[in-house]
Design a protein around this ligand. Structure first.
Ligand SMILES: [Zn+2]
Length: 398
């Protein structure tokens, strides 16, 4: 079946597209008063592994709901939802490691307004697994008794049942998404982004099914170099010194990402806050703040710090995903499998590590990476988590 309109963005998700198309049609019946709209639900939970396109699916659904033609992809509504300026679509993206109760209370308040466009008031919550307990409770009330025109679209990055509270999950319609096959990802890069076939196929495989990451790898030289640097690590872990220095490099690169983003955003944000507080042209953010503004400035600084932490952890997590793929490739080589490798362009290092280790060692290493990803999520200091990991990945003495 060929998909047209906004759902064409969902790569390799035929089943989800079917469900969302039916729901959009039911929603249209409700708006037009032409049917019962029973297939429509006011709270959805999009779940799937990283890269399965949860937030892309949620946004496409929001487009389909706001569009008069069920998601044509080119009208004003479709466009403004896509670029994030639609007045009736509100997106919560956690900037820190968690979503606060305050943030949710505010969004719940806005969600109860009558939609300006007369259709739906839509709230998209990315990374709903990062809701604090208080935030989850505040949201629960709104989901339990939604106003007739409000739709909540929650996204959570895994299928693990404990990541989103059972009470929230049980009140949502759960829509599972899957990791798209590399072929499907490559096809999108070629058709949608005009990337040449060879680069698209390489990036699709290297990104292990993650569409956004594949696009970055195919188009962003820095991302490409970062990946190469990460994949060069395993074969170098032959001494304690090498392990600690690898951990330092990984954390250093992640810190540089966070610093670059802060350089770009922090000062302008402070400037515009000062202006809105009435300080006028205060120049480079160092001007005297008007009386009574200390709280607002503190709040902005808190948000900026939380964002930097998040950017840094995300960068480390990307590195750990690449490392997982590397050791999985080593395992495939060990087993003499002919399944295509994710990182075939690093075949030499993969062979080198394969010849030095046992399958048991590899399974233990894959577990160690999972453990490191978990400790990063629970606020363990990155340098400590990464040093523990790289020393655990030290190659056995030959
Ligand atoms: Zn449209």
């Amino acid at each position: 079946m060929e998909t047209t309109g906004v759902f064409a963005q969902l790569v390799g998700q035929d089943r989800a597209i079917e469900v969302l198309t039916a729901a959009s049609a039911a929603a249209k019946e409700l708006i037009d008063g032409s049917g019962s709209g029973t297939a429509m639900t006011h709270a959805w939970l999009f779940v799937g592994p990283p890269g399965s396109g949860r937030s892309v699916a949620a946004r496409a659904f929001a487009q389909a709901l706001q569009c008069r033609d069920g998601g044509c992809g080119h009208c004003q509504d479709c466009h403004t939802v896509k670029v994030g300026t639609h007045p009736d679509v509100h997106v919560v993206i956690p900037e820190g490691l968690s979503i606060s109760v305050r943030e949710i209370r505010e969004i719940v308040r806005v969600a109860a307004f009558h939609p300006a466009g007369g259709r739906w008031q839509i709230v998209i919550i990315e990374d709903a697994d990062r809701l604090t307990e208080g935030a989850a409770n505040a949201l629960l009330k709104a989901i339990e008794e939604p106003s007739a025109h409000t739709v909540f679209l929650l996204c959570a990055p895994t299928t693990h049942p404990d990541d989103v509270s059972v009470t929230i999950r049980s009140r949502c319609r759960v829509l599972p998404l899957r990791t798209p096959p590399a072929e499907a990802v490559a096809a999108v890069l070629i058709d949608r982004d005009g990337i040449d076939s060879e680069a698209a196929h390489w990036a699709a495989r290297a990104a292990q099914g993650h569409v956004g990451r594949a696009k970055r790898l195919a188009t962003d030289e820095v991302a490409k170099q970062r990946r190469a640097a990460v994949l060069a690590i395993p074969a170098k872990l032959v001494s304690m010194e090498a392990c600690l220095s690898a951990a330092d490099d990984l954390v250093g690169a992640a810190e540089a990402d966070a610093a670059a983003l802060a350089d770009e955003l922090d000062a302008p944000e402070r400037e515009s806050l000062m202006q809105s507080l009435g300080a006028g042209g205060t120049g480079k953010g160092t001007g005297a703040a008007p009386r009574g503004s200390a709280g607002a400035v503190k709040e902005l600084e808190r948000k900026q710090k939380a964002r930097a932490t998040r950017v840094q952890r995300d960068a480390l997590d990307r590195a750990l995903v690449d490392l997982t793929g590397f050791y999985r490739d080593v395992l495939l080589v060990h087993a003499g499998s002919d399944v295509p490798l994710s990182h075939a362009d690093h075949q030499q290092e993969i062979n080198q590590v394969a010849s030095a280790v046992t399958p048991e060692w590899l399974l233990k290493s894959l577990d160690a990476i999972v453990a490191a990803r978990q400790s990063l999520e629970t606020n363990v200091k990155p340098r400590i988590a990464l040093a523990a990991l790289t020393t655990g990945l030290r190659l056995p003495r030959q």
